[in-house]
Design a protein around this ligand. Structure first.
Ligand SMILES: *Cc1c(COP(=O)(O)O)cnc(C)c1O
Length: 390
């Protein structure tokens, strides 16, 4: 069967894993190569002025980037996808839709960089914001102002693993005439598809699970709204925070194994949680897979797995947390998440230091794990010996 006969981007026709491997990635018409080439050309020949084969200049559009954009958009069930040089560049592109005097509702538990770009980059330019607890969707209506344009939410959140009901928050935003943006970095489209639950825009740090190997920084925006997509493409080209062709190649390669990796991340996280819930040094485990987690029912409804992120609090407070993160050997003390290797960190002093003193400040007895794809027993043994020694 030739490549042309099946639309490998169509979620109605082919499954997630098939789209991950094939969407946007036809075999080379000249060589038959099964891997999308890294197209380094910055410019493309024109037959006549303005007559191109779809590409003219690589900031505006690039074949490797287009393959990747098509593939990840398809995985999100989106009609349009745009790749950026980082997750923050993707967020910036979305936030540039706002004008001075416009207002954002931001979930009160969010990635530190999201809080920073809104409060320290956009706020001085006149954009207003309020942090609200989105686990109560009524907060949307309560805090809505005449110039509120959008609700920005994460679920599960970084680093507290709070689960927010996407369908309810999107409906509340739409009820007020605004947009709902979901940062889907933690769940990935394999476990959660926000657009199908009513969200208007999905953003990603593809640096995390999409790339999956701690070797490429990137961001992504997906939407099925043609007007929003046109505006975002205009910003992508005008501002120019685009990923390199090599970055796009790595991210596209990451997508091909996303489903396999996520299954293992989920399994390993569950094994680690089993240890944590029974360890006397741990006062609380934050993981949506636990029945005791306040968002467990919503997670069951809107996610197909609980992901690879686990946070927990220590009875010994900040000192114990800072001590523990130096005592693991397989879990590496480092920022970031979502890759094959397991990481451990102290959010209050590391990833979320910029939220100190704000409504998004995180507790200082908190430790965050990004559980990788190593042998589960090795991960449990490593964390166990570290917890026993603090
Ligand atoms: C890392 C991260 C970002 C920022 O992405 P970068 O690729 O680091 O710019 C945004 N949101 C979440 C949830 C993240 O974890």
């Amino acid at each position: 069967m030739s490549d042309e006969s099946i639309d490998f981007t169509d979620p109605e026709r082919v499954g997630f894993e098939t789209r991950a491997v094939r969407a946007g990635q036809p075999h080379s018409p000249t060589t038959g190569a099964v891997v999308t080439p890294i197209s380094l050309a910055t410019t493309f020949a024109q037959a006549e002025v303005g007559v191109t084969r779809g590409y003219e200049y690589s900031r505006t559009g690039n074949p490797t980037r287009a393959a990747y954009e098509t593939c990840l958009a398809s995985l999100e069930g989106a009609r349009h996808g745009l790749a950026f040089a980082s997750g923050m560049a993707a967020e910036d592109a979305v936030l540039r839709a706002l004008l001075p005097g416009d207002h954002i509702l931001l979930g009160n538990d969010a990635y530190g960089g999201t809080f920073r770009i809104i409060s320290k980059v956009f706020a001085p330019m006149g954009v207003e914001w309020t942090a609200v607890d989105l686990t109560d969707p009524d907060q949307v209506k309560e805090h809505w102002r005449p110039r509120t344009r959008l609700v920005w939410m994460e679920t599960p959140t970084n680093p507290l693993l709070t689960v927010v009901d996407i369908e309810a928050v999107a409906a509340a935003a739409h009820g007020q005439g605004g947009l709902c943006v979901v940062d889907n970095t933690f769940a990935t489209p394999y476990l959660q598809q926000p657009l199908s639950l009513g969200a208007d825009i999905v953003v990603h740090s593809t640096t995390k699970y999409v790339g999956g190997h701690s070797d490429v920084v990137g961001g992504f925006v997906a939407t099925s709204d043609a007007d929003l997509a046109e505006r975002l493409a205009f910003v992508q080209n005008s501002v120019g925070a685009v990923p390199s062709p090599f970055d796009c190649y790595l991210s596209l390669r990451g997508l091909k194994t996303l489903a396999l990796r996520m299954d293992r991340h989920c399994e390993n996280a569950a094994a680690v949680v089993e240890l944590l819930v029974s360890h006397p040094a741990v006062s609380e485990v934050l993981y949506p897979g636990l029945e005791s987690h306040p968002g467990h029912d919503v997670a069951l409804r809107q996610m197909s797995g609980f992901g690879g992120m686990v946070s927990f609090r220590l009875r010994g407070g900040r000192a114990a947390a800072l001590d523990l993160v130096t005592r693991t050997e397989l879990f590496t003390l480092a920022e970031s998440l979502g890759a094959v290797e397991s990481l451990i960190e102290h959010p209050a002093a590391m990833t979320h230091a910029s939220a100190a003193g704000s409504p998004l400040e995180v507790p200082d007895d908190l430790v965050r794990l990004s559980v990788g794809v190593e042998t589960a027993a090795d991960l449990v043994a490593d964390l166990g010996q570290a917890l026993d020694s603090i």
